[in-house]
Design a binder for this molecule. Structure first.
Ligand SMILES: Nc1ncnc2c1ncn2[C@@H]1O[C@H](COP(=O)(O)OP(=O)(O)O)[C@@H](O)[C@H]1O
Ligand SMILES: O=C(O)[C@@H](O)C(=O)COP(=O)(O)O
Length: 424
């Protein structure tokens, strides 16, 4: 049996996070970059179509998500999943709400959940409030995100600003009573006219219970955590092969590089740690804006170091530095300028023999993967929760590239140092 869960992710790191979770839970999963132009491969239980729609204009995000949904429906998928960030990255305009509502309408369903919880990475929800580690979302590093600063932790309120349908809550008291109680609450909310339920979750056991309660929902929306609980629904209906886990990657060699465009607290730390022992090259957006050819400069510099050891090329900066750059260039212009430069550098590095590359940052990964012309990814072993190694899929027999698309917020501080060992 194939084609059980059809997923749409709003960015590429989020896509690999979700795909890695599904592989871990026993679903054979392929990730496509953008809407596929071919048929569904055989023996695939889940497909993740990764879009770069998190920060695009809402109408573009909706149109792309609907195109992805149409492909998944044509491929025979029955249940659908909209994956967004575990820190609910969005602006008051969206895109979580508008995309979710458009998918509901296309699927002719009047109810879904919204649950970004990912306890293994410290994202928990209590009484509708999202915590990142020990603090509320609005007190976490996400308040300084360059593109989607999150200033409110109450997700009922945040989502309500983005949608027409009413948003309700399934609180922890209900979640802790298990799948049947959660399903009852879904029904009650639906009868009261709610279209969305924010669902509390503090642990993986809660995610399992929520997953069980979602077995019959045509559309589930959330972070990657909820994906832990869904495969069991297909397994208990006899729809998954018994020993389906396949996280082995083809062998890749080549030179090693890290490209970092995330400015998250976690990535700043990871960049600092790598800089202390490995050659590194910083990209200054203001110099880019003045027209300096930092792409060639970075590639020339890398050529002198990379044969001996992994190199780091980064735009990662503190919130103060980012604010100053954005003040001079504008938020979007600064983002695009940096993403474009890092993507060109990544392409140059691959042309120069890089075969194993880590990219930090969702938007940054999107730009890099598009510049490399990557169409699909096979999912490999997990480096840290939410970040698997992947290898690029090619239909022309080309040598695959090992890619780790690291969500800005994820990974231990030695992530850029330890990740390579997981490829052996
Ligand atoms: N020094 C900088 N100044 C301004 N913007 C930057 C700087 N460095 C990176 N950026 C931009 O910040 C954004 C970071 O987003 P992203 O790559 O998604 O990281 P994350 O995964 O942490 O959200 C990108 O658009 C990137 O180009
Ligand atoms: O759910 C998550 O936190 C991640 O999978 C994710 O979406 C990553 O986004 P970025 O932080 O923009 O990399």
């Amino acid at each position: 049996m194939t084609a059980q869960l059809g997923c749409i992710a709003d960015d590429f790191t989020g896509g690999t996070d979700l795909a890695g979770m599904l592989v871990k839970a026993g679903m054979r999963t392929v990730q496509w970059i953008g809407v596929p132009d071919g048929p569904l491969p055989e023996d695939v239980d889940a497909v993740v179509i990764a879009l770069k729609s998190r920060t695009s204009p809402a109408e573009d995000a909706v149109a792309e998500s609907l195109a992805a949904l149409r492909w998944l429906q044509a491929a025979g998928f029955q249940q659908f999943y909209f994956k967004y960030c575990s820190t609910f990255d969005s602006t008051p305009r969206g895109n979580i709400g508008p995309v979710a509502e458009a998918l509901m309408q296309a699927l002719d369903t009047d109810f879904t959940i919204a649950c970004p919880a990912f306890p293994a990475n410290g994202r928990t929800l209590y009484k509708g409030h999202l915590f990142v580690g020990d603090v509320l979302l609005k007190e976490s590093g996400m308040r300084h995100h360059p593109l989607t600063p999150m200033l409110d932790a109450n997700l009922v309120r945040v989502l309500q600003q983005q949608v027409r349908r009413k948003v309700g809550l399934v609180d922890f008291a209900t979640v802790s009573r298990g799948g049947a109680a959660i399903r009852e609450r879904f029904n009650a909310l639906r009868e009261q006219g709610h279209g969305f339920a924010i669902v509390d979750a503090l642990s993986n056991a809660d995610l399992d219970a929520i997953g069980a309660a979602c077995a019959d929902l045509p559309l589930v929306t959330g972070g990657s955590g909820i994906a832990l609980g869904l495969p069991q629904n297909f397994r208990s209906r006899g729809l998954l092969a018994a020993n389906a886990v396949a996280d082995a990657l083809p062998k890749t060699g080549g030179l090693r590089a890290v490209i970092s465009g995330s400015c998250s607290v976690a990535t700043q730390r990871q960049v600092d740690v790598m800089r202390t022992t490995f050659p590194s090259f910083g990209i200054d957006p203001l110099r880019l804006a003045r027209g300096e050819d930092l792409v060639s400069a970075a590639l020339n510099w890398a050529g002198g170091h990379i044969a001996q050891q992994p190199v780091l090329i980064y735009a990662t900066a503190t919130p103060e530095a980012v604010k100053q750059v954005q003040g001079e260039l504008g938020v979007e212009q600064a983002g695009h300028l940096v993403e474009h430069a890092l993507a060109s550098i990544a392409r140059g590095l691959v042309e120069a023999g890089v075969g194993q590359m880590i990219v930090a940052g969702g938007e940054t990964s999107g730009a890099v993967v598009q510049a490399l012309g990557v169409k699909g990814l096979r999912i490999g072993p997990e480096i840290d929760p939410g970040v698997p190694w992947t290898s690029t899929l090619h239909d022309d027999g080309a040598q695959p590239l090992a890619l780790a698309l690291k969500s800005g917020n994820f990974g231990s501080e030695d992530f850029f140092l330890k990740a390579w060992d997981k490829l052996q």
